[in-house]
Design a protein around this ligand. Structure first.
Ligand SMILES: Nc1ncnc2c1ncn2[C@@H]1O[C@H](COP(=O)(O)OP(=O)(O)O)[C@@H](O)[C@H]1O
Ligand SMILES: N[C@@H](CCOP(=O)(O)O)C(=O)O
Length: 303
């Protein structure tokens, strides 16, 4: 690739994966975004971070977005630029179950693709972007909604994108503590009872109907029941497990967001007032719209 100063801006949404019974399959894009400005030229690699992860994440070649961009340049088949300069404005909290790592990975691949295409005409289609993001992240249920927006059902070779009914309002309840996805995945058993797998299959199917049709709270409550992951992870986040249980006992369809420890509640006009009294004062309550379109890419001169 020609060494040439060129800048691209990528905006990626937070995502909530699993949604209860849809382990490693269902995901929802939320209206809370990270923004990264990426440029290549002759300069050394340097990363500036504002917001989540500032002072914590690597600020050079070890930064997740830089590593992802380098992997993407290799996959696209273009020469590596000497240095990469990133300015990150991070609004998605890290290690809370809101897909911050997927947002970073998607940003890196989309930035690399846009720069490679602009500089050398290289083409890397959307299916390849999704496959590479899934390979890096390890599961598709965050990267799919991050790329496509809305409510996504992903499987090993594809994504179906839908939109939830407008009367269903996601509310995320974010605790002050973290849990890494890696640690939470380590708590899952090798095998689960057949009866639990059968319940989850039924609930996941019901959830897609419950989220896209006219909301009925009793159906949403049944549809958000999970038996595959939440109970096994509860010992690593007892306050989260307790909040999910208390909200559900009041009739609020609540689940662990991704691998936790954030709680996602599907608020409807019937249940919106029941959430706040259950949430601890050091937790953040954030009602969010669904992001219907997913990640965006712009060259600054076209903004
Ligand atoms: N924007 C980012 N820039 C750099 N590293 C990031 C970024 N977002 C996430 N990460 C890395 O990913 C980790 C969180 O990933 P993970 O445990 O999968 O949680 P989640 O994706 O649910 O927030 C962070 O601790 C950090 O190391
Ligand atoms: N299906 C994954 C989802 C992880 O989401 P994250 O936002 O916590 O990274 C899992 O449950 O492990």
């Amino acid at each position: 690739m020609r060494e040439h100063p060129l800048t691209v801006l990528v905006r990626t949404p937070a995502t909530s994966a699993n949604l209860g019974p849809g382990f490693d399959t269902l995901g929802l894009a939320l209206d809370l975004h990270d923004e990264v400005t990426a440029s290549i030229g002759g300069h050394p690699t340097v990363v500036e971070v504002e917001g989540a992860g500032a002072g914590e994440v690597d600020t050079g070649e070890g930064h997740l977005i830089v590593r992802t961009m380098r992997r993407a340049f290799d996959e696209i088949g273009v020469a590596q630029p000497e240095g990469i300069r990133l300015t990150c404005v991070n609004r998605i909290p890290h290690a809370r179950g809101l897909g911050s790592s997927s947002a970073a990975i998607v940003a890196g691949i989309l930035a690399a693709r846009a720069l490679a295409e602009r500089l050398s005409g290289a083409v890397f289609d959307d299916d390849k972007v999704l496959a590479l993001a899934t390979a890096i992240e390890g599961h598709p249920d965050n990267v799919a909604p991050c790329l496509r927006g809305g409510l996504t059902i992903s499987w090993d070779s594809g994504v179906c994108r839908l939109l939830p009914h407008g009367d269903i309002r996601p509310v995320v309840l974010i605790p002050p503590f973290r849990l890494s996805t890696e640690e939470a995945r380590g708590l899952l058993p090798e095998k689960v009872p057949h009866s639990d797998a059968a319940v989850n299959a039924g609930r996941a199917a019901l959830l897609v109907a419950a989220l896209t049709g006219t909301p009925e709270n009793s159906v949403l409550l049944a549809a958000t029941e999970d038996r595959l992951h939440q109970r096994y992870r509860a010992p690593a986040m007892p306050q989260t497990a307790d909040l999910v249980e208390r909200l559900r006992s009041k009739g609020v369809p609540a689940v662990v967001s991704g691998a936790g420890p954030t709680v996602l509640a599907f608020s409807t006009p019937d249940t919106q007032d029941l959430i706040e009294p259950e949430v601890g004062i050091d937790w953040q309550i954030q009602p969010l719209n669904v992001d219907p379109s997913g990640a965006t890419v712009q060259f600054p001169e076209t903004r």
